[in-house]
Design a protein around this ligand. Structure first.
Ligand SMILES: *Cc1c(COP(=O)(O)O)cnc(C)c1O
Length: 358
């Protein structure tokens, strides 16, 4: 089976497995796991922040960052197409009494600036308004085909936030993909963010974990939130050992994933029954749909799975393929063949279906 549903399907490398087995450990809730402490130092350094905290997942890192920076009754400004808003079970609202204030996300991954400025420009002294406490950015932008958010947009948002006295949290689940694609250090992309989270468990291939880095006071608050949420882990050095390799040895190779995504997009462009949403992928995500609007994504995904390829869906007929360390060039070429055949089979099935009447 070729697995393109997500880069979260990557498994730890043999070197990670060895490091996990040999890792010195302690009780991390007591702050005494030496491997976790080293990982937190390395992450803070790589991201250009004062301190960092190992989190069990990106979802918890995002939630802890919001709980740390947005008081109950305030709002978090989020992209309407962001992971935080779409896929994280409204955690900030449920756990923190924080309202979500969604703004549109442009095709290039930036927040629609006029809406953002509007959201920030409320009269802070008018008691009918909840005060925005934090702006959330996402880089790369998953639901915008893995777009690398333009650096001048990041700068403009950081400047707006400073001007209005609001914090910025950067959801950088795939920030190293953005850094590699832009040819810039991750720390530079995160420079104006108060907090930033990066996933170790996606293209970087660690089995578990995310790093939340940022201002020392924000990270200290987030560490308390982590304990409250049940994310205080004991001998977490076994996880951190893989995370260290992820951060120090696995970022450069993301360029290989990006090359595979371009190869996949080039291949799919030759399939007349499919429309590729991002014919020139910037990172490791390719989105496409059936050219015939009568065809459902479900039928294509089902036919592809029966032919040995797993792809995912993002709603509205959009199908997502994510490249990663676990797929080869040959498998990418095979994937094009499979999708071409899958869409033909789905078309054939839909045209033989009996009309259901008026
Ligand atoms: C995967 C992802 C997350 C969540 O990370 P988990 O470790 O799966 O909880 C958050 N934001 C973005 C943009 C993601 O792609």
């Amino acid at each position: 089976m070729i697995e393109l549903r997500s880069d979260t399907f990557t498994v730890p490398t043999p070197k990670m497995r060895k490091a996990m087995a040999a890792a010195p450990v302690g009780d991390d809730v007591y702050g005494e796991d030496p491997t976790v402490r080293r990982l937190e130092e390395v992450a803070a350094d790589l991201l250009g922040k004062e301190s960092a905290c190992l989190m069990p997942s990106g979802t918890m890192a995002n939630l802890a960052a919001l709980l740390a920076q947005a008081p109950r009754g305030s709002t978090a400004i989020v992209g309407a197409e962001s992971d935080i808003y779409v896929y994280e079970a409204a955690g900030a609202s449920v756990c923190g009494g924080i309202g979500y204030l969604p703004v549109s996300v442009e095709a290039d991954g930036s927040l629609r600036m006029a809406e953002l400025v509007d959201a920030l420009s409320i009269d802070q002294d008018d008691p009918q308004f909840a005060r925005p406490a934090v702006i959330c950015l996402e880089d790369t932008q998953n639901r915008r085909c893995g777009a690398v958010v333009p650096q001048d947009h990041l700068g403009a948002v950081y400047a707006q936030a400073r001007h209005h006295g609001v914090a910025v949290h950067l959801d950088g689940a795939r920030l190293f993909n953005a850094a590699v694609a832009a040819g810039r250090p991750a720390a530079e992309l995160a420079r104006g963010a108060d907090t930033v989270q990066v996933c170790l468990s996606k293209g970087l291939s660690a089995p578990i974990g995310s790093m939340l880095a940022g201002r020392a006071d924000a990270v200290a608050n987030a560490r308390r939130a982590r304990k409250m949420l049940g994310g205080g882990m004991r001998q977490a050095g076994v996880i951190a050992a893989a995370g260290l390799i992820a951060l120090t040895e696995m970022t450069d190779r993301l360029a290989d994933d990006h090359a595979l995504a371009r190869r996949l997009a080039d291949g799919l462009a030759t399939v007349s029954d499919l429309v590729v949403e991002n014919p020139r992928p910037q990172t490791n995500i390719v989105m496409f749909r059936a050219a015939d609007p009568r065809l459902s994504w479900q039928s294509i995904v089902r036919e592809a799975a029966s032919l040995g390829l797993r792809v995912g869906e993002l709603g509205h007929g959009r199908i997502r393929a994510v490249t990663h360390r676990g797929v080869t060039r040959e498998q990418i070429d095979q994937s094009v063949e499979i999708l071409s055949q899958a869409v033909r089979r789905a078309l054939a099935a839909s045209s033989t279906r009996q009309p259901t009447g008026a």
